[in-house]
Design a protein around this ligand. Structure first.
Ligand code: AMP
Length: 219
């Protein structure tokens, strides 16, 4: 099954996506992680994406579509994939539909994580992530910024460049201007869209997601 996770920055879709990927036994693809790794390694993609990324702007659709085309055609994704952070613009939604048609596949589910902006600013400004595995550790205090991750290979906990206050504000503005219309696009195109409330504990939200994915029964 191919699943698209939609939602504003900080809504928890990365963590929830890991859980859904484990339940469905398919890989999770995060374009944000691909871009961070490319910037760190200084590849051509990283060099093109860095200035957009650092400001909290979206990187150009053409770069994202190259990542998607390549990733979805790879054998690792033959059984399906969880797409975390794609799609973020209407042209990406159209591009993904075209890529899937070309591969003779279709979208199984589009999961929208609904949450108000006020909840997100606090979450993002207190978030630190592991430099090595990208796992978020929300709510750690800044004194722990360079503590170590609990998982091997134990990277340092750092603040993402785009989790600085100016970049957070910009990412939310960008989200409302460019990504929120994707929801209307899936509604208009009768995509397999389900909206879930992303407020609550991680396990509450996981429960709602698993029910939406048909992996758990409704309470
Ligand atoms: P994320 O880790 O998903 O929050 O993404 C971090 C940053 O990577 C975004 O603010 C963008 O600069 C870039 N990015 C990730 N996915 C996309 C996408 N689908 N379209 C455009 N930019 C993206």
């Amino acid at each position: 099954m191919i699943v698209v996770l939609l939602g504003p920055p900080g809504c928890g879709k990365g963590t929830q996506g890991e859980r859904l990927a484990a339940a469905l036994k398919v890989p999770k693809i995060s374009t944000g992680d691909v871009i961070r790794a490319a910037i760190k390694a200084g590849t051509p993609l990283g060099l093109k994406a860095k200035s957009y990324y650092d400001r909290g702007d979206l990187v150009p659709d053409a770069l994202i579509m190259d990542i998607i085309r390549e990733t979805l055609a790879a054998p690792e994704q033959a059984r399906g994939a969880i797409l975390d952070g794609v799609v973020r613009t209407v042209p990406q939604a159209e591009g993904l539909a075209e890529v899937l048609t070309g591969l003779g596949r279709s979208l199984g589910l589009v999961l929208m994580f609904q949450i108000a902006d006020e909840q997100l600013v606090g979450r993002l400004s207190s978030r630190v992530v592991c430099e090595a595995c990208q796992s978020p550790f929300s709510g750690r205090n800044p004194g722990e910024l360079h503590a170590e991750c609990l998982k091997e290979p134990k990277g340092h906990l750092v603040r993402r460049k785009d989790d600085e206050p100016d970049a957070i504000r910009n990412r939310l503005t960008v989200y409302h201007a460019q990504t929120a219309p994707v929801l209307a696009w899936y509604r208009a195109n009768k995509g397999p869209l389900t909206e879930i409330d992303a407020l609550g504990t991680m396990d509450d939200v996981t429960g709602r997601m698993m029910r939406a994915a048909g992996l758990a029964r409704s309470a």
